[in-house]
Write a protein that binds this ligand. Structure first.
Ligand code: ACO
Length: 385
């Protein structure tokens, strides 16, 4: 960028979008973009995806360790008991549903939940954070039930988080495959380095604002179509394409019109998104169980057509979309579902930030005019633009 000649601000050129900038240390997740590897506290996501639950993933993110059987049961019980909302917050949801998007309602709910929590010292913050993990799932299910005019289904703390969420949402018993599929989704999206929403949570926590303020920032940041909102748009595209035979023409047109194809491209991953293959395989399984392989084949063909034309990777949002769709999740709940998983990482990052805090405060390079002449209001001409 060329600066005005008289600009004396000697701050170096910024890196647009902070690409490649390392903003802090973390012990939570590591993303190896060159090799396509994601690890939570050192444990490869490929291992976690095969044989764990969302609750076990939370144990890892909160304790930096694999849980014992007792710790896991305690975590499962605590999250189960946390899937309850204060009556006043249910009223807030009732007032908002149908008037605003589920993601906006969720952002307001997270903020409202903060009013029902006491200030506690850092050493006692983890149970409060965990409560939010439980409450977000209940809020998402409730947003759906209330807007459909359906009765609210109370949480069953004896059940696992994924199973209970599906039951609270749909009102019937989910199948084993459905429970596994949602667990997988929740595990895979739980944390991902300094993605935009996690970063915004840490910036907010870095001012020593409270936990609910930090998570409210994160929910707002996740909602954008370049981040968590991409899954909804990816599903709209898959449905619009409709069948595999239409994919080539659709993608050709999209590239010709310089459109961004949702669910593709990533700032960090260069070869593959570590989560893609697990989501893809699970989507195939769920589509098979539902007898709806057309959705899966259409998604697969879109992916083939995009990759044929441009070397951009398929990101987590692409196969998340048909997976959630086949679990009967309405498209506008996809991003809230993302929040339901990522809240595990957000809260773990906020706890980590508080433990070793320093205000996060970068600088901006000023590129506007300087030394301009100030004219008092009464002497300004009316037309200034
Ligand atoms: N479709 C078409 N072209 C793309 C796409 C895409 N989805 N993504 C990147 N590109 C192209 C850009 O046009 C650009 O091409 P050029 O160099 O020829 O001009 C190049 O790849 C680099 O793209 P940028 O947008 O500069 O990459 P950036 O790192 O800033 O953005 C992002 C990453 C936002 C994810 C981008 O790839 C994108 O907009 N993707 C679509 C939205 C999406 O799927 N978001 C979810 C991301 S994952 C997550 O947040 C959970």
């Amino acid at each position: 960028m060329s600066l005005p000649k008289d600009n004396k601000d000697s701050i170096p050129e910024p890196t647009k979008g902070l690409e490649g900038i390392v903003a802090a240390d973390t012990n939570l997740s590591s993303v190896n973009g060159e090799k396509g590897i994601l690890r939570y506290c050192g444990f490869n996501i490929d291992d976690l995806a095969l044989d764990t639950t969302f609750e076990e993933t939370i144990c890892i993110l909160y304790d930096y360790e694999l849980p014992t059987e007792d710790r896991l049961s305690e975590m499962t019980k605590n999250i189960g008991e946390a899937r309850v909302l204060p009556d006043e917050v249910v009223e807030v949801i009732t007032k908002l549903v149908g008037k605003t998007s589920p993601m906006s309602t969720l952002r307001t709910v997270v903020s409202a939940l903060g009013h029902y929590e006491k200030n506690v010292p850092l050493s006692e913050l983890a149970p409060k954070a965990l409560r939010l993990v439980g409450q977000i799932a209940t809020a998402v299910a409730m947003i759906h039930r209330l807007r459909e005019g359906l009765p609210i289904i109370k949480a069953d703390p004896e059940r696992g988080h994924a199973e209970d969420f599906l039951r609270m949402l749909h009102g019937d018993e989910p199948s084993k495959i459905q429970i596994n599929a949602l667990n997988l989704y929740l595990i895979l999206l739980a944390d991902h380095g300094f993605n935009a929403s996690t970063f915004s949570a840490r910036v907010t926590a870095g001012t020593l604002a409270n936990l609910h303020s930090a998570i409210t920032s994160a929910v707002g940041t996740l909602s954008g179509p370049l981040h968590g909102g991409a899954n909804e748009k990816a599903m709209d595209m898959i449905l619009e394409v409709g069948k595999p035979e239409n994919a080539s023409e659709y993608i050709e047109n999209a590239f010709n019109n310089k459109q961004k194809i949702m669910g593709f491209g990533h700032r960090v991953y260069k070869v593959d998104d570590a989560r893609r293959i697990h989501l893809k395989n699970m989507t195939e399984l769920v589509c098979k169980e539902n007898g709806n392989m057309e959705i899966y084949r259409t998604a697969e063909e879109i992916e083939r057509q995009v990759r044929k034309r441009k070397s951009i990777i398929t990101n987590v949002d692409f196969y998340s979309a048909p997976l959630l769709y086949e679990l009967g999740i309405p498209t506008d709940l996809f991003t809230p579902l993302f929040a339901m998983s990522r809240v595990a990482g957000w809260t773990a990052h906020v706890l980590e930030q508080y433990k070793n805090n320093r205000l996060i405060r970068p600088r901006a390079r000023y590129v506007g005019q300087i030394d301009r002449t100030f004219t008092p209001l009464q002497h300004r001409s009316e037309k200034r633009f």
